[in-house]
Design a protein around this ligand. Structure first.
Ligand SMILES: *[C@@H]1O[C@H](CO)[C@@H](O)[C@H](O)[C@H]1NC(C)=O
Ligand SMILES: *[C@@H]1O[C@H](CO)[C@@H](O)[C@H](O)[C@H]1NC(C)=O
Length: 383
């Protein structure tokens, strides 16, 4: 499993993938000469040995300097991915102590049927279910992201002869602006009929709940769609290429989950990490194979199964790894896409030819989505 193990900082929403480093061309890694890589590997091996014997309290991973460096790098370059309201507040984890019992961190359950839909004014699946439903988890405040999607890939209704529908999933807005955002959502809903809202508090730590609520909606409101995709609001999606992939004869229609596969990702135990997961929630040191949260596609029989199995799986805040855990409990596993390179994460430079071939890319702003989309579909061959 290549440099991935050494470079990547862990796991979580489209975070630290080797892919990203390969494509990102960040200054630190720009001099990718063979000698540099070799020295790095030797250095890494020594560091691992050193930390392996000297540190018992921290896992080698957490104490591995490159990982820290990478996370700093990531934090600096991708600030825009994390809306300011989406900060991790450990105080939301309630510490419960019964007499004589060890402390337990209680996490809000992700079992979707604990929640109700409070806004669901879409006729998406009322008459004929679409072939593909794109479900976009988005924060109430991210109006610009929704608008950009509505003008780009979210505005596609028929792709290669198949019906497609894009819908947004939200929880309840919190904080001082809550009323304002809620009113804005009501307006959007009556204008576009593409907003679904459930009554959990929309926070970063509730992203797993949001994903499971998406699954619940698909299972109960749109069970006859053939495929669905959970795709983040900061994504470029080449929906045409996605459809070409789905129309290949050997793509399964059952128990199918695909995207950018993550193997053997270590669970982050460092408390100040965005991806921190306490052992009480997830005791293993690595996650089961999962698909990176930026955009994963699944056959629409899976949502009902995932919701059902999630009853018995403790929620933790890494939604994509949680889905991987549900898959594992179901005795299933994600499948690599026919052309794995089409699921791209980080983008360094926009390239029209490249964008005409991929399926996903993570972007840094709604503005970029509009700009690249317009450029990609202008007249003339992209390559
Ligand atoms: C979506 O596309 C249609 C034409 O295909 C256009 O009339 C409509 O304005 C577009 N919607 C948005 C939100 O841009
Ligand atoms: C998640 O949502 C529930 C239900 O609204 C809320 O009580 C809880 O505080 C939220 N959890 C976090 C960590 O924000």
């Amino acid at each position: 499993m290549r440099e991935e193990v050494i470079f990547s900082g862990g796991t979580g929403p489209k975070s630290q993938t080797a892919e990203s480093l390969h494509h990102q061309k960040l200054p630190l890694f720009q001099f990718r000469s063979f000698r540099f890589s070799f020295l790095l590997l030797i250095g890494a091996a020594f560091l691992l040995m050193y930390y392996g014997v000297s540190s018992n309290s921290l896992s080698w991973w957490e104490s591995f300097p490159l990982h820290v460096q990478y996370q700093k790098l990531f934090n600096n370059t991708n600030k825009k991915h994390i809306p300011p309201s989406y900060k991790v507040h450990p105080k939301h984890m309630v510490l419960q102590k019964e007499p004589d019992a060890p402390p337990v961190i209680q996490y809000h359950p992700a079992y979707a049927r604990n929640y109700q839909f409070v806004m669901d004014d879409t006729d998406a699946c009322k008459t004929k279910a679409p072939f593909l439903v794109l479900m976009v988890p988005v924060a109430p405040s991210e109006v610009a992201a929704r608008d950009a999607i509505r003008k780009t890939w979210g505005n596609e209704t028929v792709v290669r002869g198949e019906q497609v529908k894009t819908l947004f999933m939200l929880g309840l807005p919190g904080g001082a602006m809550a009323e304002l955002y809620q009113e804005k959502l009501r307006q959007e809903s009556s204008l576009y009929h593409d907003v679904i809202q459930s009554n959990f508090l929309d926070t970063y730590l509730n992203l797993t709940t949001k994903t499971m609520v998406i699954m619940d909606w698909l299972a109960t409101r749109c069970p006859t769609a053939v495929y669905a995709m959970k795709i983040d609001s900061d994504m470029f999606l080449n929906i045409d290429n996605l459809m070409i992939m789905l129309q290949k004869p050997d793509i399964p229609k059952l128990n199918y989950l695909t995207g950018m596969l993550m193997w053997q990702r270590p669970v982050i135990r460092s408390k100040n990490s965005k991806w921190y997961v306490p052992e009480e929630m997830f005791p293993d040191s690595t996650y089961p194979t999962y698909t990176l949260g930026m955009g994963y596609l699944f056959s629409n029989d899976l949502p009902a199964k995932l919701v059902e199995i999630s009853k018995s799986i403790t929620a933790f805040n890494i939604e994509d790894a949680y889905v991987g855990m549900c898959m594992k409990k179901l005795g299933l596993a994600p499948t690599a896409p026919p052309d794995p390179w089409q699921f791209k994460a980080y983008l360094s430079v926009y390239n029209r030819c490249e964008f005409s071939k991929v399926i996903t890319y993570i972007l840094s702003s709604a503005k970029d989505l509009l700009k690249y989309w317009t450029d990609l579909y202008k007249p003339g061959p992209p390559c």
